[in-house]
Every structure is written in C-alpha cells, then in structure tokens.
Design a protein around this ligand. Sequence first.
Ligand code: ADP
Length: 534
Amino acid sequence: MIEILRNTLEIVGKISNCSAGYLLKIDSVENEIIASYNDSANKLYVIKEYIIKLYEQGSFTREELSKIPAFKKLAKANSWNSSLIKRLYSEKKGAAYYLILFSGVKDNFNKDGYSKIQLLVDNLSEIIKMFEGEVIKSDKDAGSGSATYLYGNRLLQSFFEASEDFVFILDKDGNIKNVNDYGAACLDYEASELEGTHLIELVASKNKQVLAESFQKILDDEKLISFEVVLVSKFGNETLFQVNCKRLNIEENVINVIGVGKNVTESRSYEEKIRDLNIRLIEANRIVSIEKQRSKRQKAILAELNRMKSEFVSNISHELRTPLASIIGFSETISSDPNMPEEMRSEFNDIILNEGKRLAKLINEMLDISKLEGGEIELVKNDFDAVKLLEEVIESNQKTFESKEMIITKELPAEAVIIKGDKEKLAKVLNNILSNAVKFTPQKGRISVSALSLYKEFEITISDTGAGIPEKDIPYIFQKFYRVSRPGTEIPGTGLGLVFVKQIVDLHKGFIAIQSEINKGTTVILKLPKESKV
Ligand code: ADP
C-alpha cells in the first residue's frame, strides 16, 4: 500500500514538475509523513508545530501557511516559489491526509498545472479512503488479488490515460507488457501492436548498448534510473527520448519495470540552436571588436593624413612662393631698368629660367602623383638597354655632381642588359633616387651607382654618404607628403618623389628597399624584372 502511495506521489511529483512533495497525516497532536518525493521527510518537521496549529484552527491552507515566518524562511532556503496543499481524506476521529507539493516555479500549481495531476490526486484520495486505518501502516498484504493491487492497477491505468509521454511497463526481460495509446502513437503504432515487443527493438542501433546497460541497472537497483535513447517509429522516424525507469514489485517475485519517456528531440534541438547561436554571438562580438579596432586605426590614419596634408599645403606654398618671388622680383628689376648692362640682364634671365623650371618640375610631380592615384597612368612598355638608361641618368646629373664637388663611382655591366619596361618613367624613377642622393649628401660627398644582371632581374644599387634617414622614419618614407623632419637644415622637397618611385616600381612588379643610417648614408636597392630577353 505504502509502496503504491510512494509510487503515485513520485508520478505526481514528476508530472507536476515539483521540487519536493509530501503525503502527510495530521491530527491535533502529531503529524506523520507517510511518503515524500525528491526530498528528505524531515525537512517539514521544522514547521511541524505550525502545521498542527493551523490544522486545529481549521485553516491549514496555502495562504495561511505562507504567512508564517518560519515557513517563509524554509521556502527561501529551498527556493520554493509556489506550493499546493490538498486535503485527500478526513477521518471521523479528526485526523486528515494531505498532499503537499512545492515548486521552484511560480504559479506551477495554477489551474492548468493542477488539471494535469487531478486524476492522480483523486485516486490517492480513494486509496487512502479505502485503506484508512487498516493497511496504511503496513504493506504486508499487498499481494495479487488484494484491494491494494486492484487499486494500484487502476491508478496506473489512470496514469496511462492521462500522460502525454511515452509510458510503458516491461516484464523482467524487457518485453513491453503495456504501453499508453499516446506513447504508441508517438511511434506510429497502436498500443496493442507494441505489446510483447522487446523494447530494444524500438531503439536505434546506436543506442542498443545504452538500453542494455540501463536495463541491467534498473533490475539491480530500486532507484529511478534515467537515460536517453533514440526510438525508431514504425516508419523509420527517429525521436530522442529522455526515459525514467523504475523497478516495480507488484506481485511477490514478479518484477516489472515502469518507464516514462519524454520526447526531448525539440528541446535538444533548441539547446543545440542556442549553443550554435552562442558560438555565433561570440564570433559576432569578436568581429565587432576587430571592426572597432580597425575603425579606430583608420581614424588615426585619417588624422595623420590630415596632418600631413596641412603640412604639405604649407610646404608646397613655400615651394611655390620662393621661385615665384624670384621670377617676379628679377622680371621687375629688368623692366624697371632699360639701361641694365647686357651681362646682368642675361644673368637675371638665367635665374628666371631656372626658377621657372623648378616651378614646372614641382607642378609636374604633383600632376604625376594625382594621375597615378586616379589610375590614369599606364605603362608604355618596350625593350630597352637598362645599362644605357642608367648611364644617361648619371650623365644628366653631371653638372650638379660637379657643382657639389662629389665623387661618383660606377660599377655597371659591360654589356647591354635588355629589360622590358616604360623607359621614360623608369628614367624619372632613377633620376628621383639619384637627385635625393645628391640633395641629402653634403659637398664633396661620395655617390656610388652599381648594377647587376641577375637571372630574371636587373638590380640597381645607389648609395650615398649623406644625412641618412632615422630608423623610425624608414617605414613611412614611401607615404605621400612624408618628409623626414631635419630641424635646422632647410632642404627643399615635397615628399612626393619616393611616392612616384614606389608606384612606378610596383606597376613594373619590381621591388625597392631602402637601408640607411643617420649621418652615415643611404642605400636604395631597386630590382626590375627583365620580363623578356635576357
Ligand atoms: P622630397 O621631395 O622631400 O625629397 P621624397 O619622397 O623624394 O621627397 O623623399 C622623402 C624623404 O625621404 C625626404 O624628405 C628625405 O628626408 C628622405 N630621403 C629620401 N632619399 C634620401 C637620401 N638619399 N638621403 C637622406 N634622406 C633621404
């Protein structure tokens, strides 16, 4: 009898999703816990006195109990947020039987929640009513054919009908004795079709081992055993079930197993989706933080570009104003003095011409860069002798070398080296590099130009013994408008020469590198692919 009450309480507990449940017999001096679910029976003894008092006053209700501070404390300690107190039966003498359930979920026992267990609660009342005062204290005569057995079966039957899970009873070998209609329908069967089938036949092959092991545990132990298996329907559809099973000794020596399987396919798939979403969320957060950093960097670059642009505007204005001032100044002097000696006039004319050329060079450089950036410049490639081109560029700078009394050394291949490229633009490139070497090298300095014909490339090295470039500036040297700040030395420039050089070398799929040491000198290494003839 008690076993049936315990089992029923356990089923009520499971179906109602409660965290603790008790079957209680109360009279005005004592209360006795007949069965408890999922919790130690002793817990309720803390508030035993209050329960008896409320009972005596005829107000043992959920509302009244929850007003008592000791109960509030107990509820808080156990995270009970809702409860159900149901009188199952009252004896004439004054004692009464109660079902008490607690749950962590608020409103767990509202109308909906209660309707799920109502049938079972009614059955509990009936069983207690029938056995009240007789078998309630002992389970000895709970044999087959006894009233307990019959009520047990009725109870199970009600449970079978009420449950929206896959509920089954197995014999000790694992064959299905009973299964509820709802559960059978979940697997596309009629209940009668499944009776006599071994449960393992419904289990997907990958889970047969799990079932065999779990079944052994169920037979070995009286405890509730939980496991997950995939069941296969009549038409081959697979569903994941969370199964709770327990051994039942209904008749002496006859062992049965009762099981409740909950379809968890959907909740598992939600869990997986949540896991997947979490992973994506982490990834998205990572991307957001990368993007944030990138935009921070871009802002810094933009600020730096702005700074360089303003610097450029002031540089360029200076660069434009200086030659213009000379041009205007000398032209005015010439026109204001018609009797100026011929020699002086010719000298002034030379100055005007040179300054005009300087202006034109500057403007051309700026135009070249803007064309390159706009993608307007296309290479006009032809085969030409790179050694000869190098010689020509050196020759065109001869006058400047002489004016600065520089020593020029050359180590060039004796034979012509034919490469395919845009000769005119490469001449400008070499000229820029060489002009920088001259510009940043003091009077009587040394400049050396060497070249090597490699297997697929023509390598040119231009070194000087000039001012050098600080290590920290080298990475920025090919950026637009970038000029090394050299306080105290006014060397004219726009910071555009090497930008042009790099872009043209890149268009030729070549390579340029700069090595430099401050106050010792600079070496520029340039490699151009030969592309066609060697
Ligand atoms: P700029 O018009 O100022 O010469 P470039 O783009 O040609 O512009 O060069 C950028 C900067 O690189 C120069 O301002 C200069 O400080 C440095 N530089 C280039 N070549 C040399 C060199 N041979 N020796 C020392 N500094 C150099």
